[in-house]
Design a protein around this ligand. Structure first.
Ligand code: MN
Length: 253
């Protein structure tokens, strides 16, 4: 009787989401100009990799390299010039990189970019940011100054960023996805900007979505998504999610 009671309460374990075989996947949250933290996190990742032999090592950066922190230019320099050796590196687009690129096409974005930390990016390229109510001529000059100071490899880096990435049962995007839309049909705007209805959605999305963009004190592990933007620019905590097989861990500065 007792035996049967306990037996009936047992359910077969649901299949856990898995990273591809023989791979160790590292996903890095929003860096926002904190070169100091990126350096430290790269050190932690290298130490971890040395302790865990894997056939394949992948690092996926979730975007928002620039703005707010003090060395956006230095962050891009490091990613370009000193990538983690022995890793496949994947660089995703964040909404802040999109604002920066948009500024080259249309100066009307200047005000919202500046109020979202763009002034810090300009200063990291030794360009004086415009005052918030600067007239068109001034902002156009700033646009030209940045075009002149932004190294060509940085421009190519920004223009070459990917919108999403997949590894096994995981799908990576800067902000998330629009629930109910197949992953292969997601729109750029949602992938880099969405908050709700994605954050509150409890439905299965086909894969577990790994994202940044929305700040939480600690990594936000849900059944259908994992958020790893721990607000590094203000908190000093830059988070890296680590996936191998069905294991999940994280590294943090
Ligand atoms: Mn963002």
């Amino acid at each position: 009787m007792l035996k049967r009671f306990f037996g009936a309460g047992r359910k077969p374990a649901a299949a856990l989401p898995k990273a591809p075989e023989n791979s160790r996947i590292y996903a890095v949250g929003d860096i926002h100009g904190r070169l100091d933290l990126l350096r430290r996190l790269h050190g932690l990742i290298s130490d971890d990799a040395a302790r865990h032999p894997a056939t394949r090592r992948v690092v996926v950066y979730l975007g928002d390299y620039v703005d707010r922190g003090e060395d956006s230019a230095g962050v891009i320099d490091l990613l370009l010039g000193d990538p983690l050796p022995g890793f496949e590196s994947v660089y995703l687009l964040g909404n802040h990189e999109e604002m920066m690129l948009d500024f080259f096409e249309d100066i009307s974005i200047a005000r919202s970019w500046m109020t979202n930390g763009g002034a810090d990016t300009l200063m990291s390229y030794r360009v004086s940011p415009p005052m918030i109510f600067a007239d068109e001529a001034v902002v156009t000059q700033v646009q030209q100054d940045l075009a002149g100071r932004l190294p060509e490899p940085h421009r190519a880096f920004l223009e070459g960023l990917s919108l999403s990435h997949q590894e096994g049962d995981y799908f990576f995007a800067h902000a998330g996805i629009r629930p109910g839309v197949p992953l292969e049909k997601q729109e750029k705007r949602d992938l880099i900007w969405i908050r709700n209805p994605f954050l509150e959605s409890e439905q299965a999305h086909g894969k577990v979505i790994v994202h940044g963009h929305t700040i939480t004190d600690e990594p936000d592990f849900r059944r259908n998504r994992i958020g790893i933007d721990t607000g590094a620019y203000a908190t000093g905590r830059l988070t890296c999610l680590l996936l191998e097989g069905s294991n999940r861990e994280f590294l943090q500065t």
